[in-house]
Every structure is written in structure tokens, then in C-alpha cells.
Write a protein of this length. Structure first.
Length: 148
């Protein structure tokens, strides 16, 4: 039985989160840290929409985890899986493929690595792979396929 409760903090865009977003975007542009800038096509506007993310790798491929659930970038990707990824000054065309098979392990690894996201993920501190497997819809995962 899952050990989840209503303890997760809701992610809100505030002055602090805007500052963190600016900082991580700058880090991605400079090639610092494990950050990329993902640019999708807005599902309603049709306009480019960019977000800074931290991919996770299983050794064979890279994945993007949405620790906040079905947020705009994930919904945009579902509507149009073609996007671009920027690392430093290099921009690459990609296709994002939603995955399910390796998902619980990848989400757990992301949870362990990205401590900033934990407070939004509504899982116990000692979460197991089984905990993440019991609620797969909460954390969309997309494999990055290089199309460049």
C-alpha cells in the first residue's frame, strides 16, 4: 500500500522560484551543473516555451522527469513531442518519448539526486521504487531522442 499523504508543497511561481529559474538557465547556458534548457511548442499558443530541467541518465539514454506532475512543459510535449535541448551554446533538435517501463526506478533516482524537488513530490523521505510504481501518473517521464 502506498505511503503517500497530503504533505507535498504545491509548486508556485514566486519571486524566489523566478530567481532560481534565472540562475539555473544561466548555468545551463554556461555548461555548469546538470542543466539543459528545453524548448517546446506551446500546445495552446503555438509559441516557443522554454524551461530549465535536469535530465537523468540510465547509461543508455537521458530522461526528463516531471517531479511536479502534469505541468505545462509535459503537456506541451504530449501535444507535440518535437522540441530542442540547449547545452551551453549547442542546441539540438530532439523528440521526447513518454516512457513507462523504467519509470519508477528513474523517478526514484531523480528524487534521490534532486533534493530541491523532494518537497513537491508527496512521497515519504525513505521512498522505495515500489512507492513510485504505485502512482505512475504523478511523475511523467520522457526519453530524449536526438533528432539533430
Amino acid at each position: 500500500m502506498p505511503r503517500f499523504g497530503a504533505v507535498a508543497e504545491k509548486y508556485r511561481v514566486t519571486t524566489s522560484t523566478k530567481a532560481v529559474t534565472w540562475l539555473t538557465s544561466a548555468m545551463a547556458r554556461l555548461g555548469l551543473g546538470n542543466f539543459i534548457v528545453l524548448t517546446t511548442t506551446g500546445r495552446k499558443s503555438g509559441q516557443p516555451r522554454s524551461v530549465t530541467l535536469s535530465p537523468i541518465s540510465d547509461g543508455d539514454a537521458e530522461y526528463l522527469v516531471s517531479p511536479y506532475g502534469e505541468v505545462s512543459w509535459a503537456l506541451n510535449v504530449r501535444a507535440n513531442p518535437r522540441a530542442s535541448v540547449r547545452r551551453r551554446s549547442t542546441e539540438t533538435d530532439v523528440e521526447l518519448v513518454e516512457v513507462t517501463g523504467l519509470k519508477p526506478q528513474l523517478v526514484k533516482e531523480y528524487y534521490e539526486r534532486e533534493s530541491f524537488a523532494r518537497r513537491f513530490m508527496d512521497v515519504p523521505g525513505e521512498a522505495t521504487v515500489a512507492d513510485f510504481a504505485s502512482v505512475p501518473e504523478r511523475f511523467p517521464v520522457f526519453r530524449i531522442d536526438d533528432k539533430g
